[in-house]
Design a protein around this ligand. Structure first.
Ligand code: GLN
Length: 488
């Protein structure tokens, strides 16, 4: 029989429902896998083994009593940016070491009500700032496909946990690509929902106008199942949309016949790894062979996404992170007086990237520079959004690479922030436009590292995105491959 940790959520639920396996057995299998592999991968910051087993027992009892909640007994890993009641939540930062929230994020509460078993909290770039998880204040997560490569970021721990069979699925958050890019680097399905589709309540803020929690898993169908539970209006988040949530699993049925898929020419540029371009173009040709129509399109302001994002996100971060001063929030480094205490707390508590962003953000928001930088960036953001609106008059969905390269080596970009930022070129536009993006595995490079295709849909059309992703996945094998370390 397939190892329990290799089952998709959909398969595991079938076996749980049929009484073939128990939630306790499934949870133990994942805890064993964490025990076996996580000392090499470092995907988790906290493993909540005891709580997980208790939740699993509870799930088994509920099932025996006739309950059938959508994720009853399914073990998931949670990015450490999401508040979890009573469980340490650090956001990958030393400044929040020892912080135990008194409440859980709305999406966590919803998953718990749906029967999830939480395995623990995953590593991430500090305050979700980064593309490699190397900015974590605690440890460096490694890519299960190559232990010398990064897992991507900032949700690198969540992606690595799923790829290594150390969780059935996970939650990440995406501000500028942090769900899709690690999904691509680790070879799993990963969805950034539309802004406003999933509540941000309890998500520790980085860029409030961009942050989106979303699911990561080993199949698109699993992603749909998790999203189903997370999505929907929340009165505690004024930017969450009061829209009906479609049945995402039901929406997977169907085909791509006649569907118009736009290929943006600005996403196939010099500098992209040739194998990535080839794999994504081959994936598009495959969708064409299934009946879709391929249409060449242009998103003319794509080039401006990077500078726009790297003004807006740090600006919002500088405001959001002001609370970590050792007085209101954050581990205090007490120097007796207020200013020295602030300085020592922030000096020791924050890593270099977070400091860099707070400084850039403060600068672009300061009097005299606001209009030239922040105001201008907001205007360009509107142009980027309009590019997509115009494109979606001609096509139903857009297909592109998720990232310009496959996973890079640990340390390769750490001394060069611009190089690191450049890796975000293909994920930033959809973030700025607030529209959903899905990574689907579509190939491997010569080093046997996964390649990801990004599908982008109009706002609140996750149903369409998931359907196309599912149809592609059903007729290809890429998503079924596992890292050698995991199977061996
Ligand atoms: N890599 C981008 C950044 O560093 C995106 C991060 C994210 O989506 N949280 O800001």
């Amino acid at each position: 029989m397939t190892q329990l940790t290799e089952l998709t959520i959909t398969q595991a639920l079938e076996k749980l429902r049929g009484g073939e396996i128990s939630a306790v057995e499934l949870t133990r299998a994942y805890l064993n896998q964490i025990e076996r592999l996580d000392s090499q991968i470092n995907a988790y910051l906290t493993v909540t083994a005891e709580g997980a087993l208790k939740a699993a027992e509870n799930a088994d009892q509920q099932r025996a009593a006739g309950e059938s909640k959508p994720l009853l007994g399914v073990p998931l890993a949670i990015k450490d940016v999401l508040s979890t009641e009573g469980v340490e939540t650090t956001c990958g930062s030393k400044i929040l070491k020892g912080y135990h929230p008194v409440f859980s994020a709305t999406c966590i509460q919803r998953l718990q009500q749906a029967g999830m078993v939480m395995l623990g909290k995953t590593n991430m770039d500090e305050f979700a700032m980064g593309s490699s998880t190397e900015n974590s204040g605690f440890s460096t997560t490694r890519n299960p496909w190559d232990l010398e490569a990064v897992p991507g970021g900032s949700s690198g721990g969540s992606a690595a946990a799923v790829a290594a069979g150390m969780a059935a699925g996970s939650l990440g958050t995406d501000t500028g690509g942090s769900i899709r890019q690690p999904g691509s680097f680790c070879g799993i399905a990963a969805l950034k929902p539309s802004y406003g589709r999933v509540s941000r309540y309890g998500l520790i803020a980085f860029g409030s106008s961009l942050d989106c929690p979303g699911p990561m898993a080993r199949s698109v169908e699993d992603v749909a199942r998790i999203l189903q539970v997370m999505a929907g209006h929340d009165p505690l988040d004024s930017t969450s949309m009061p829209l009906d949530v479609p049945d995402y699993v039901a929406a997977l049925k169907g085909d791509v016949n006649g569907l118009r898929i736009g290929i943006p020419k600005e996403y196939f540029i010099a500098g992209i790894q040739p194998e990535v371009e080839q794999a994504v173009r081959a994936a598009c040709a495959h969708l064409e062979s299934l009946g879709a129509k391929i249409v060449e399109i242009s998103l003319p302001h794509t080039d401006y996404s990077l500078p726009t994002y790297y003004i807006i996100a740090p600006a919002e971060a500088s405001a959001n992170l002001a609370r970590y001063d050792g007085i209101r929030f954050g581990q205090r480094v007490d120097k007796g007086e207020m200013w020295p205490t602030y300085k020592a707390t922030r000096g020791q508590g924050f890593g270099a990237e977070v400091k860099r962003r707070i400084m850039i953000g403060t600068y672009v928001l300061s009097a005299g520079y606001y209009d030239a930088y922040y105001g201008k960036a907001q205007a360009v953001r509107t142009l980027i959004k309009q590019d997509f609106e115009q494109a979606f008059e001609k096509v139903d969905i857009i297909a592109a690479p998720t990232a310009p390269t496959t996973a890079f080596k640990l340390g390769q970009n750490t001394d060069d922030p611009i190089q690191m930022y450049l890796g975000d070129v293909f994920t930033l536009p959809a973030s700025l436009a607030g529209i959903p993006g899905l990574n689907v595995p579509c190939g491997f490079d010569q080093k046997n590292l996964p390649i990801g295709m990004q599908l982008i849909a109009p706002a609140f059309r996750e149903d369409l995105l998931l359907r196309v992703g599912h149809v592609y996945e059903q007729s290809t094998e890429w998503h079924t491959r596992r890292p050698g370390l995991v199977v061996g």
